[in-house]
Design a protein around this ligand. Structure first.
Ligand SMILES: C[S@@+](CC[C@H](N)C(=O)[O-])C[C@H]1O[C@@H](n2cnc3c(N)ncnc32)[C@H](O)[C@@H]1O
Length: 211
């Protein structure tokens, strides 16, 4: 096990791992115990952030950051981010997913689960204080608007948008949706990086912006 190029993340036999305080896996991931320390394999097939790292992501701003995570689901990626970050506000709309997320947050004190629609920033902004980073993975038609409104409301310096092109418009080519999305984002932010995630997630792009 050695340090990877990503702060807080380790590399072992070509796989990324995060250090965990808990010996139990969160989603059935492989665990390793080396010299008394526990590490969890970060599965690129289950997490778009891990996929982006495997594809050479350049901008990684999670170590000791405060992260607003939109579309937390049951906490697969959230759990790895919580291994690295100081605090994670995890917003999820589904009450069923929220049950698992709450169980996870009971074990991990740096996760604050928020059951809400990520569109309704005015409802959950009272719980969120100055996030450095916004990470969004929401497959909704208006996912770009959701990202924009959260970035502008919370003034995070870095934003990660995991763009699912097919949900925006199934009839348009993914490249076309990407182009339209970039035209919108460029009006507000500097685009730091675009990663085509197709090796792991068909028709998805990872976009990193700063403001
Ligand atoms: C692709 S899954 C997220 C997977 C998760 N990011 C991970 O890597 O572990 C998308 C999630 O977004 C949630 N979602 C959809 N629309 C939402 C909204 N408007 N606000 C908050 N969450 C939403 C869904 O319920 C679903 O759990």
């Amino acid at each position: 096990m050695r340090k990877s190029r990503y702060p807080g993340v380790y590399l072992h036999n070509g796989d990324y791992y995060t250090p965990s305080q808990d010996a139990q896996p969160v989603y059935g991931e492989k665990m390793l115990k080396i010299r008394g320390k526990i590490y969890r394999r970060w599965d690129p097939m289950r997490s778009k952030l891990s996929a982006a790292m495997h594809l050479g992501l350049e901008n990684f701003h999670f170590k000791e950051s405060k992260v607003l995570y939109l579309g937390a689901a049951t906490g697969t990626t959230v759990s790895h981010v919580s291994d690295i970050a100081t605090l994670v506000w995890a917003v999820e709309i589904s009450p069923i997913s929220m049950e698992s997320l709450v169980t996870l947050a009971e074990k991990r004190k740096n996760i604050i689960p928020i059951l809400n629609d990520a569109r309704k920033t005015e409802e959950f902004s009272i719980f969120v204080e100055s996030p450095h980073v916004i990470y969004q993975d929401i497959s909704q038609r208006d996912q770009v608007d959701i990202f924009l409104s959260n970035m502008l409301q919370f003034k995070a310096s870095i934003g990660y948008l995991m763009l699912k092109t097919r949900t925006i418009n199934i009839r348009k080519k993914p490249r076309e949706i990407l182009k339209e999305t970039m035209a919108i984002l460029q009006e507000y932010f500097s685009i730091l990086e675009i990663i085509d995630l197709k090796r792991y997630q068909k028709d998805h792009y990872g976009i990193v912006v700063s403001q």
